[in-house]
Write a protein that binds this ligand. Structure first.
Ligand code: HEC
Ligand code: HEC
Length: 368
């Protein structure tokens, strides 16, 4: 299984920090455990302040071969490339993936035959696995409070949904079909009735689940959709850079990578997805304006989880706007500045913002 580690042992960072005393890498890595293992605002401010100083020291750097090698090392320590296979894909086969793809695009799964998964998570026409709307419109026209996250690379995350209430893709796929605000089918049985009436589906389910006593079940429907979603792994220039291609990123994008790691965005946006590995409070240093969604607290009933959301992946983020759990922020530029202010207590310069936005643009799937 190629599961992304969710928490890095503190010792890991301390060991690294000692290898290169007083270098940018050293200090950034040294500071991570401070914010990761402490909940106090004070320490995150300290991280931000020190990060800003480090960055100034790096200003005016030009990216020669040695500098690129240093940045590559930093990148592979914080992020790494996306694995080639998703957790849970061991039992997938072409029949299952094909059935899942058909289901994913089929409006038969919604009560009035108007909606498919793809209506809100567009993976066709080079789109980013989202509907590019603040809240999604359901089969009967109602608009939900939460922004539809991308399905691209979704199965690499620690859990599904903004609040992590579904453990994996299969568990997730059972939800929207029966959700009255989404596809609005009245019951699992009603979904199965529709599928059973279709000769092609009857045949496909048997092929996809040959060992099952009953192939056409609600669980198997979700499993097939998940098998299709596990194929949605993207390939981008940032991974080309991490794999050794010195020409993959422009100087501005490299500057963005350096800024992103230097100021501490990596406190939360780490691992191959640059996110997807933990829950964090939105508005850690300065509050976010929308207080209506309690986030993870609604799932755990733990007050410490108030306003905590899954840190979203930043892969493909340039094409998945609008941003945040409520879709409240329309541009990536503003999302970046707002993050720095809310989560790190710092105001980014125009140059810093533009560099980070350029770097995030290098995380878009080359096929999109
Ligand atoms: C009406 C629009 C709509 C439809 C139809 C819909 N979704 Fe979603 N989807 C959303 C929204 C909104 C969320 C976020 C909800 C939340 O976090 O509470 C979401 C969340 C998800 C997630 C979690 C991603 C993450 O990063 O946490 C996955 C995966 C997903 N949907 C797949 C599907 C599949 C598969 C289908 C079809 C069976 C489907 N969706 C149908 C709107 C929709
Ligand atoms: C303390 C943790 C933390 C830090 C530090 C942090 N983020 Fe975030 N980031 C989050 C969380 C949590 C969200 C989701 C917020 C929400 O949906 O309300 C998020 C959302 C985002 C989004 C929107 C993604 C989307 O799909 O909606 C972007 C872009 C982003 N962060 C970039 C950055 C950048 C750039 C930095 C550094 C300046 C940064 N973040 C620092 C936790 C963090």
């Amino acid at each position: 299984m190629t599961q992304i580690p969710q928490v890095y042992p503190a010792g890991f960072f301390f060991i690294f920090s000692c290898l290169k005393p007083l270098s940018l890498n050293c200090l950034t890595l040294y500071l991570i455990p401070m914010i990761r293992f402490s909940k106090t605002i004070g320490s995150s401010l300290l991280v931000a302040a020190l990060g800003a100083n480090l960055l100034q020291a790096e200003d005016g750097a030009n990216y020669n071969k040695a500098k690129k090698a240093e940045l590559r090392e930093l990148a592979t320590t914080f992020f790494g490339v996306l694995p080639d296979a998703m957790p849970g894909s061991e039992n997938d086969n072409d029949y299952r993936r094909h059935l899942g793809e058909k289901l994913y695009f089929d409006t038969l799964l919604s009560k009035n035959n108007t909606q498919s998964c793809n209506s809100c998570h567009r993976v066709d026409q080079g789109l980013g696995g989202v509907d590019n709307a603040p809240g999604s419109t359901g089969a009967f026209g109602g608009v939900g409070d939460r922004n539809a996250p991308t399905v691209l690379n979704a199965g690499f995350q620690l859990a599904q949904f903004w609040d992590g209430r579904a453990a994996d893709l299969q568990a997730q796929a059972k939800g929207p079909v029966l959700n009255p605000g989404e596809m609005a089918m009245p019951s699992e049985e009603a979904v199965l009735d529709r599928l059973r009436m279709d000769d092609t589906y009857r045949e496909l389910f048997v092929k996809a689940f040959p060992d099952a006593e009953t192939a056409l079940t609600y669980d198997n429907m979700a499993e097939a959709i998940a098998a299709f979603e596990r194929t949605l792994i993207t390939k981008d220039r940032f991974d080309d850079f991490q794999r050794g291609d010195d020409e993959a990123l422009s100087d501005l994008e490299l500057k963005g990578l350096e800024t992103f790691t230097g100021i501490g965005c990596t406190t939360c946006h780490t691992g191959p997805l640059l996110g997807g590995g933990m829950y964090q409070k939105v508005g850690l240093v300065h509050p976010y304006e929308n207080f209506s969604d309690l986030g993870r607290e609604a799932v755990t009933k733990d007050e410490d989880d108030k306003y905590k959301f899954k840190v979203p992946t930043l892969r493909n983020v340039a094409i998945t706007g609008p941003y945040f759990h409520d879709g409240g922020v329309s541009t990536l530029n503003f999302a970046v500045r707002k993050m720095a202010y809310m989560q790190l207590g710092m105001e980014l310069s125009t140059e810093q913002t533009e560099a980070i936005v350029a770097f995030l643009g290098a995380l878009t799937d080359k096929g999109r």
